[in-house]
Design a protein around this ligand. Structure first.
Ligand SMILES: [Zn+2]
Length: 214
């Protein structure tokens, strides 16, 4: 599988575009586009690569990760895949927008169409992303792991040199650290980590130097 990311919106969310090189079947993870210019930049990339979007996935249902959900759903005709433990956050979307003083965007609740849980595989042709539950930043946070291509998309659970904040509704710091140690640090050390914000890293680098995991 091929992975590309584009940074969107004022929160600097990494929207991941993952595709099967043979079939061009594509998953969009955490679409953050928040205005027509960002939608256009995204569409141009998809068209340039001739990608066929067949899956839409949210690592969790915080507002910055869901701002482009409607655009992707409506433009490409896909339903949303997410962990149902975050459904209450999706239902609170307008309150989340108000909390961050966003006006006129994300006014409708997030509706999860396809529920996923730990161990589920999301296929792009014969290749897949495996779902790892990593609660703590939010109750329904997931990571998406490719054992064959040795990468993991971690949402806001694990960043380079940091971990997700846990002061938002449903957050729990000890739960987050336990999730990371149990379900992420157990992956091979050369696994590339693609976080929801900021630059990529590896499991090995975080095991060695992340101050929150000591
Ligand atoms: Zn978040």
């Amino acid at each position: 599988m091929e992975v590309n990311s584009i940074e969107f919106n004022l929160f600097g969310v990494n929207t991941y575009i993952v595709w099967n090189k043979d079939t061009l079947e594509t998953a969009i993870i955490d679409p953050g586009m928040s205005n027509p210019e960002e939608c256009l930049a995204f569409k141009q990339f998809i068209d340039l690569k001739k990608l066929q979007i067949v899956k839409l996935i949210n690592t969790h249902l915080h507002i910055d990760h869901t701002l482009g959900n409607e655009y992707v759903e409506d433009t490409f005709g896909v339903g949303l895949i997410a962990n149902y433990a975050d459904a209450p956050l999706g239902a609170m979307r307008a309150q989340q927008a108000a909390m961050f003083h966003l006006r006129g965007v994300a006014t409708t609740p997030v509706k999860v169409d396809i529920e996923i849980k730990s161990g589920d595989k999301i296929y792009l042709g014969k290749e897949y992303l495996e779902v790892l539950e990593v609660p703590g930043h939010s109750p329904g946070s997931i990571a998406l792991y490719s054992p064959t291509d040795k990468f993991v998309i971690t949402g806001d659970a694990l960043f380079r040199g940091s971990v997700g904040r846990t002061d938002l509704p449903g957050g729990n710091h000890p739960t987050l650290i336990n999730s990371i140690i149990t379900n992420l640090m157990s992956l091979p050390s050369d696994t590339i980590v693609y976080p929801g914000h900021g630059p990529a890293t590896t499991i090995g680098q975080e095991a060695h130097s992340n101050p929150f995991l000591r």
